[in-house]
Each structure stands twice: as C-alpha cells, then as structure tokens.
Design a protein around this ligand. Structure first.
Ligand code: GDP
Ligand code: MN
Length: 375
C-alpha cells in the first residue's frame, strides 16, 4: 500500500529527517495563501501513481499569483488518470545535487538493502534499466539491523564530504527505523537533495507498506484500497478476486491454478493480460453474468478470454451467462472461450449458436486470443 507524499513526509519528519517547509492545500486559494507565506514554492500534486513529475504534477511558482494559476490548473487536471485532490505546497529549495537513497527488501537475498546512487531525480526503475552500474547496494543483516558502517558506505558512494557523516547516519538510521516500525517494503528519498547551503534534505519521500501487516497498524487500515482505480473498486465491491495488469487481454478463469496457468500461457504465446478475474468454483449464472459484464466494460482490454474447467462449475451455465450479457449490453469486444468438463457439449452448443468461438484445448484458445489482440 502506497502512502501519499505528504503522509510520508510527516512520518519522515518525525524520525528526524529534514524536509522542506510546506503545507497541504485543498484548493487554489489555499495554495496561494501558503505560497504568500513561503515565497517561491513547488506545487506538488498528491497522487499515488508513479512518474508524477514527468506527467506534469510538479511545478515551480516564483510568486503567489503564479501559485494560484498553477494550482488552479493542477486541481482541474489529472495525473495519469488520477484526479488531483490535494497539493503539497513547499518552499522551493535551491539544489546543488540530486541524490538517490532508498531502503527496500531484497526477497531473493532475504535481506533489507539500501540502494544508493549519485543519479537522483530519475525514477529508479529507469536508472536500473539504463545505468545499473550507477546503483550501489548495501545489504543489511536483519539480525543486526542498522549500523554506522552503512552510513560510511553511503557517504563514499555519494562522494559526500565526511562532515556529512552525522547527517547521513541520522537519515539511514531513520529509514531503517521507519521500515521496521511501519512494516515498510520501501522507504525512498528521490531526490535526497544536497542544497546549495550544504544541507541534506528529503525533497521527495515514498513509503510503501506491506499490506499483510495492516492488522497491526490500525492507523493505516482505513487507507487500504484507496489506490485502486474505479474499475478495481467495482470488482472489489462485487467481491471478485480481480487483479489489474497492463496488457490488452481480459481473462476470466475459475480457480487460482488455472488462472496462473492461463497467465503463463498468454505470455508464452506473446500476449499481455490486461487483468484477470477468478470466478472461483461453482459460480452460479448470476455471478458469471456480473463477471462477464464487468470484464466486457474494461477500458483497456481488447478481447476477453474465458477459460473454465467444468467441475462444480457447469459449462452450460457459463455459456448461458455469457450469452445473456451479450443480449443485454452487446458484444462490446470479441470473446473467446475455452471450456472443458461438466456439461461441456451443451455449453459449446449454446455458444456456437451465438457465434462465439469455443475451444477445448487451452493452447488453441490462447493462441486465438493473442492473435485477436494483435489485430
Ligand atoms: P516526482 O517526479 O513525482 O518523483 O517528484 P519529485 O518530488 O521527486 O520532483 C521531481 C523533480 O522536481 C526533482 O527531481 C527536482 O528536480 C524538481 N524539484 C522538486 N522540488 C524542488 C525544489 O524545491 N527546488 C528545485 N529547484 N527543484 C525541485
Ligand atoms: Mn521523486
């Protein structure tokens, strides 16, 4: 679960890390008021999607009037599909160097790891792709936790003067403390800025909390689910196991195993799933209707693959559910079905009557669906 930048900064500040002065504004008037107190400011859209700066969500205003105009624009825009409801208005800091410092968990190594780079301000994913050699890793023994050698290594990697040692100790230690206190998967400062007057300040802060730990963070529980899109919220309301991905093939399956196998198969044949929805075992026709309706209205997927293994689930019920939805809202996108098992023949007959392609081999259905998505 991601936290908003202003929430992260509030946490970070309490742990003794320097952040720019600033306040959250809910409208342009408020933004202008904060700006008149602070002077030149940076207006930062508070959204949970990544790449905000590149998408125009971070703007500098030298004067309060300018802050009003920019804030007005930001409030009426959306950043990568996410509406802007809050702005963080911060004093503009004069930067001499943009650095990168984060703490995350390396699952393969089963250890926390600090990622350190002189090339801050660039998204770490991009940095990892283009200049992997510019990212230095410092692994932490979780049985020992933070110790000061880490800060020394950070200083050397970042080529900071040793006079910064105490600051870097405080920052690195705070990061480790935040990670353990909040069960964070990531604590990131990008950029950690070296200011022209020689201070280390977290210009941007990002904290991701491990969802599985929410039961012991009552203060964070209400935040759960707010990063979901409208579409994901709908799926959740309908109580489907639904996962959003970034491709163009919609997938309905029954059972987690079959769903994962279908994902693998789609990738194997060169396709990209847009999402998947698991209707579970023995879903009644009404549930199938809800699932198909939802998946046909997905904004990005171009084709829908329904892959069911009829055990308790009856293939004829699935077929009827599909046909009823098409009658009600139309075939909004091509549908390809693979079904096998209980009442398979009846299911096929119903679908064929409505010109829906049915396969009994998963490979064939997947190949067909990848083909349609590519057209
Ligand atoms: P992100 O793009 O969502 O990660 O937003 P950031 O908060 O990291 O800001 C993006 C970039 O805006 C930074 O890398 C800086 O180059 C610039 N920036 C942000 N705040 C300031 C500031 O106070 N002063 C100056 N000069 N630049 C800033
Ligand atoms: Mn950033």
């Amino acid at each position: 679960m991601k936290l908003y930048e202003y929430e992260c900064k509030e946490i970070v500040r309490r742990y003794g890390v320097l952040i720019p002065r600033g306040r959250v504004a809910l409208n342009p008037e408020e933004a202008a008021r904060v700006a008149s107190e602070l002077g030149a400011v940076v207006l930062k859209a508070q959204v949970l999607v990544g790449g905000r700066g590149l998408a125009g969500g971070v703007k500098i205003a030298e004067k309060p009037e300018e802050a009003y105009t920019i804030a007005n624009k930001l409030f009426s825009s959306n950043i990568r599909g996410e509406r802007v409801e809050r702005l963080l208005v911060e004093e503009k800091v004069s930067i001499s160097r943009e650095l990168y410092l984060s703490l995350t968990v390396d699952r393969a190594a089963r250890r926390p790891v600090y990622l350190v780079s002189e090339m801050g301000g660039i998204e770490i994913e991009e940095l990892a792709k283009k200049y992997p050699e510019k990212i230095h890793k410092i692994y932490v023994d979780p049985g020992i936790g933070y110790t000061d050698y880490i800060a020394r290594e950070v200083i050397q990697t970042l080529r900071l003067p040793w006079t910064f040692l105490q600051d870097v100790i405080n920052i690195s230690r705070a990061m480790y403390k935040i990670m353990s206190d909040y069960d964070a998967e990531l604590v990131e400062f990008n950029p950690l800025a070296l200011t022209s007057d020689g201070k280390l300040i977290a210009l941007d802060a990002k904290i991701i909390i491990d969802d599985n730990s929410l039961y012991r963070h009552s203060e964070l529980q209400s935040f759960h689910g707010r990063e979901l899109s409208e579409y994901e919220k709908k799926a959740r309301e309908l109580e489907f196991s639904y996962v959003e991905l970034d491709g163009d093939i919609g997938v309905i399956c029954n059972g987690a195993g079959l769903t994962m196998a279908t994902m693998d198969s789609i990738l194997y044949y060169g396709g990209k799933p847009a999402n998947f929805l698991d209707i579970g075992g023995g879903a009644p026709r009404e549930r199938i209707r809800e699932a198909v309706k939802l998946m046909l209205t997905h904004p990005r997927s171009r084709v829908l693959l329904i892959n069911v293994f009829g055990g308790i689930t009856r293939c004829d019920e699935v077929a009827l559910g599909v046909v009823e939805v098409i009658k009600e809202i139309g075939a909004l996108k091509p549908i390809i079905v693979r079904m096998l098992g209980t009442n398979e023949e009846e299911g096929r007959r119903i679908l064929k009557e409505h010109n829906i392609k049915v396969y009994s081999e998963m490979d064939d259905a997947v190949k067909a669906v990848v083909e349609v998505a590519k057209r």
